[in-house]
Design a protein. Structure first.
Lengths: 114, 114
DNA sequence: ACGCTACATCAGCAGTTACTGATATCAAAG
DNA sequence: CTTTGATATCAGTAACTGCTGATGTAGCGT
């Protein structure tokens, strides 16, 4: 009855971690996130800053918003964006784990060829 | 003579940072990296571990190898893979910078609408 | 030499994603 | 109320990316 279990390739939230990295994997989007880490900005700032088209910026901001990476606040005609506090805490922790484990146990070699 | 300068959207190596995140953005590839952070493994281990096809694993290992994220060492019929020491140090530093700046200066709002 | 096993490469398909022009919304200005 | 400026949404396209079957190579055992 259960062959339809969706392919669970990744244990322990590795999939959601990958999803967050995917959001940082585009140069323009990473630039937006980086800029927002220093100060709140509205869409017009990001357009000026990056030189990208308005629709392109809005497109990326939507992805970031829907993923909960940024928060938006409308103020008159403007929309202010800022990073969601603590969004990267977990990802940072996981990546540190990978980097640290790598440093300490990189030499282990389990038995091969069963 | 220089209008063909490729679009430099991102300053200060944000592009290469994005490229490294892109490598971690695939669930299966992240799983591989995560596994290699704990011990060296050969291709056959990764196939067993993930249940993915051999060609798929080889495909991802190639990407990781070409990007310098993993190192490979042939031993007879087997090929051992391990994480390149320190590959994530810089990315980790940058991501920490983003997370920390975000926490301290998230409230700043520059003048809008020039 | 033969076959088997571990692994890499290639080529094609399918699904995804980034970009952009057209269009809609909506608030402030006049 | 009309205009303008800021922003969001939509739809289409082009480019990219992951997956996989077919195929190639190279050790190792027999």
């Amino acid at each position: 009855m259960s062959p339809s279990v969706s392919i669970e390739v990744s244990p322990a939230g590795l999939t959601s971690l990958a999803a967050q990295f995917a959001l940082l994997a585009d140069p323009l989007r990473l630039r937006i996130v980086d800029s927002l880490s220093r100060e709140q900005l509205c869409t017009c700032h990001l357009i000026e800053l990056t030189g990208a088209k308005q629709t392109t910026i809005s497109h990326h901001l939507r992805l970031l918003r829907e993923a909960g990476v940024v928060l938006s606040e409308a103020e008159g005609r403007f929309t202010w964006y800022r990073l969601t506090p603590g969004v990267f805490t977990e990802s940072l922790r996981r990546l540190q784990g990978i980097a640290l484990d790598s440093a300490s146990t990189a030499r282990l070699r389990p038995a091969c060829a069963s």
